[in-house]
Design a binder for this molecule. Sequence first.
Ligand SMILES: [Zn+2]
Length: 437
Amino acid sequence: MTSPNAGGQWVVRCADCGGTFSTQTEHSVCPACGGLLDVQRTTPWPSAAELVALFDSRSRIAARKDTSGQSGVWRYRELLFDVSGPIVSYPEGNTPLVRHSRTSSFSGVEDLVLKHEGMNPTGSFKDRGMTAGVTQARALGARGVACASTGNTSASLAAYAAIAGLPAYVFVPADGIALGKLTQTLAYGARTILVRGDFDRCLALVRDVARDEGVYLLNSVNPFRIEGQKAIAIELMHQLGWRAPDWISLPAGNLGNTSAIGKALREMLAAGLIERLPRILAVQAEHAAPFAESYAAHFSTRRVVRAETVATAIRIGNPASFDRAVRVIRETDGAVVSVSDSEILAAKAVIDAAGIGCEPASAASVAGIRHAVAHGLVRPTDTVVAILTGHVLKDPGVLTWYHRELEPRPLLANRPIVADDDAASLTRLMSGEWPHA
Ligand SMILES: [Zn+2]
């Protein structure tokens, strides 16, 4: 077999000062000015026909013992970056497109397609970026890997570091990490540090500590994580036969995902794989909405807020990938909206009760479509894909609270019923109306 990226050349370039580095750089942000780094291909893309033939052939051999073909990230490596060593893969990706009449009718879109990234190995979309990031860390000979995270990133980093045999250091806010995510991180063996501070503080601290300790920083701004995350959009277009939908809706917190999906779309358009750009709908929680507030002011200022929402994965007040995401909204003629926690929980209850299930932040993408349809931004006949970012079991605490404890009882709360241990009581309960008051 030829080299995986035969003919392709990549560099890492600073979006702010234009400084250019080799893809072997150990820096996650520009060492000269602190700006965000992007991986860029410097040679023309292979032809669309050539790419499609490669991607299709790897999909067909996916069942064979070829990890890079089985992976829904590395199958698309010509669109990612040149890897100099062996890849670290679970494998990941290959997430399903699902639809249900209840989620469609709730959203207001006739045929809403959900791409369920919660079906990745550790239960969130983060695995796509992490397979790329940890592969890069090992190629660079890093002594370890580190991140600050609201949860999903730590679980993913912990798993991929374990696969690679590298120590992982995880910094999480002592309050505000969902149970499923913290326990996963511990289970996969990461050295876990609960910081008495919020996410934004964790992010600042890990930057300093990683530099001092010589470990490779895998925060969401890491350019190679962005490259892996692009595969959400590439795999989606492959599944849709390379026909772009009218809209892609996604939860928006730190904006790494908005940036990655936007970069993938831009590059697929340049490579001739798609004929037009879908519009991006970035959805924030109303009390964690600095990006939505900036959008409302035509991005004239960069807002920072004190973030609060039940959707912990998007509880971020100062998004790290802000500038990249602004570009994506502008060039896709996209929009940024915010929805309340009760709208998020209502959408989640519908998605869960349809048998699909997702974590709270994921439901923001569907709540955002409902909001956008109600405001005439999205039409009921538009083709719309909503990205569900995490698995329903990521946040069991919210489920217990919503279904068993929250007062007044939400319409969709599914309260369990305690019964006496005799058949007559059980029969009476089963033949009665459900749910019981
Ligand atoms: Zn720079």
